[in-house]
Design a protein around this ligand. Structure first.
Ligand code: ATP
Ligand code: MG
Length: 232
């Protein structure tokens, strides 16, 4: 099993589009590369819903006296998610060590096979999930997702600080649900870039195709972002 590049898609701010962008990037990347998604959002896993496999389960095999997961194949993308393990209807109320243990096991016990890219859909916040992912999975880099709202950028800056502390290289940021509106709390791309101090990878418009996960019409904006990622 070899994974060439592991990338965490992250932001301390909730609801900015991390899971949506992860799924579209995976779809776009999977045209030319072998790709896996690890949904590390213990509290609100979404990838199994996005790919419409809520009743599916990854195959479990026994190897060296350990149970291992074969990731689910969704349109050629390998997927493993806490969503396959948790009861969909029950919210996970877990303490830090349990949360860390779950992410660690999910990552260690998944037989990804050979992948060019493993994308990790991170939960919001900057807590235990980040520590576990940084120390146990050791991604090659993290991509930040933020909207151009001042509040989202302020929270996303906290992620930058955490990544710096954890020595996790920041590959840049994606401006999500971007629009041209202006106002006191709406920042320009340049302003966002200055605050976050990291590379601008591209912006994704607010549109219904993305909201509906219509992968047949992958927005052009993902092409430039994927080029930036694959050339990094
Ligand atoms: N570019 C977009 N255009 C329209 N709607 C979008 C876009 N990106 C995300 N959304 C919508 O915004 C909501 C939040 O998106 P998403 O779940 O991907 O965010 P998230 O950062 O993963 O959230 P969480 O922090 O809860 O994990 C969803 O309803 C999604 O469909
Ligand atoms: Mg999410």
């Amino acid at each position: 099993m070899s994974i060439k590049k592991t990338i965490a898609i992250a932001s301390a701010k909730g609801g900015v589009g991390k899971s949506s962008i992860t799924s579209f990037l995976a779809k776009k990347l999977s045209r030319d590369f072998s790709v896996g998604i690890l949904d590390a959002d213990i509290y609100g896993p979404n990838q199994h819903i996005i790919f419409d496999v809520t009743s599916a389960k990854p195959q479990i095999i026994e190897e060296e006296h350990k149970k291992k997961f074969i990731p689910l194949n969704v349109d050629g993308i390998g997927l493993n998610s806490m969503g396959f393990i948790l009861d969909n209807k029950k919210a996970a109320i877990w303490r830090g060590p349990m949360l860390s243990g779950a992410i660690k096991q999910l990552s260690e016990l998944t037989k990804w096979g050979d992948l060019d890219y493993l994308l990790i859909d991170m939960p919001p916040g900057t807590g235990d999930a980040y520590l576990t992912v940084a120390s146990e999975i050791k991604p090659d880099g993290a991509i930040l997702v933020t909207t151009n709202c001042k509040l989202a950028v302020s929270d996303t800056l906290k992620s930058v600080e955490v990544f710096n502390k954890l020595n996790l290289p920041c590959m840049g940021f994606i401006l999500s649900m971007a629009d041209d509106s202006q106002g006191k709390f709406i920042l320009s791309t340049d302003e966002v870039q200055k605050i976050l101090g990291t590379k601008f990878l591209g912006s994704i418009p607010f549109c219904n195709e993305i909201k509906n996960f219509n992968f047949d019409s992958i927005d052009d904006s993902f092409f430039g972002i994927v080029d930036n990622i694959t050339n990094a």
